[in-house]
Design a protein around this ligand. Sequence first.
Ligand code: ACO
Length: 323
Amino acid sequence: MIRSVVRGFGSALPQRVVTNKEMESLVETSDDWIVQRTGIRQRYIAGEGETTASLGEAAARDALQRAGLTPDDIDLVIVATSTPDNTFPATAVNIQNRLGMTKGYAFDVQAVCTGFVYAMATADAHLRAGMAKRALVIGAETFSRILDWTDRTTCVLFGDGAGALVLEAQQQEGKVSDRGVLTSHLRSDGSHKEKLYVDGGPSTTGTVGHLRMEGREVFKHAVGMITDVIVAAFEATGTTAEDLNWLVPHQANRRIIDGSAKKLGIPLEKVVVTVDLHGNTSAASIPLALSVAASDGRIKQGDLVMLEAMGGGFTWGALLVRW
Ligand code: ACO
């Protein structure tokens, strides 16, 4: 059977780092409060000329280089983002053009913080259906541009960045020991819209709007939703927490990450945490974390890696991949 195998990974961050100390000069907050409640110590904020597409392009080029491929080898680009450069065309098409690609197809996926899991599942389905041979799956965000910088309950939490994977369709035996995406489980429930949303849009206010979140409400649902899809991924593949080499969660909050791992019996040594470095970069957080852990040698070929996320919508999902 066809499996979507990871050929390369890459990432890109804005030049400017903003520490919690610097946040103290913007809103009534403290390094202590931010670290204790979230685990975040710093975030990267896009400057002039740095956009979702420029960061996504840089991450894509990094991933292609590691894969030993060129843009001509790619025939599908999927970008997970909630902060596109334009309302349309899709940021994926923008990146396709920036890369100089003249073939294939490109589109965006919008599932907020779960966007990268949705994009990976979508790319996997396209590759397995024979619609494409190699896909660039990119998570790219500039959440700094939709934050209300006077609202301390949200502006301290988010950051900007991009990460990318190259997936390639390869014939495998159909076993759990195969390399590639083994299973994916996506969920959504729109009845939670008011707990986490942006208060603007082309069809309502005609403006971009700002992020609004009832943090405590989101927190209340997060662990249960995350564990539900991870258990589904284990059951679908006949694997358990013990078989897992790495859990790479969406990086929203250290307490949510630790709580989910504990509930699933996954030791914290097997959990990749980068929320301290990047803050919550929404759809970019998983591929950024993957890039950190794969480049420092923690994630190795053959490792069993669980990706999971929960975010606005609500949306949530998990995807199990043999690296
Ligand atoms: N600095 C200092 N104090 C603050 C700050 C701040 N930045 N923000 C809020 N406070 C205060 C509040 O005003 C409140 O004060 P009060 O008790 O006098 O009213 C107090 O801190 C506690 O506030 P809570 O909201 O109860 O704090 P909580 O422990 O819930 O932590 C947080 C807040 C970090 C937002 C947490 O609820 C959380 O992480 N929620 C989940 C967010 C998340 O995971 N989102 C993921 C999806 S993101 C996406 O999809 C885009």
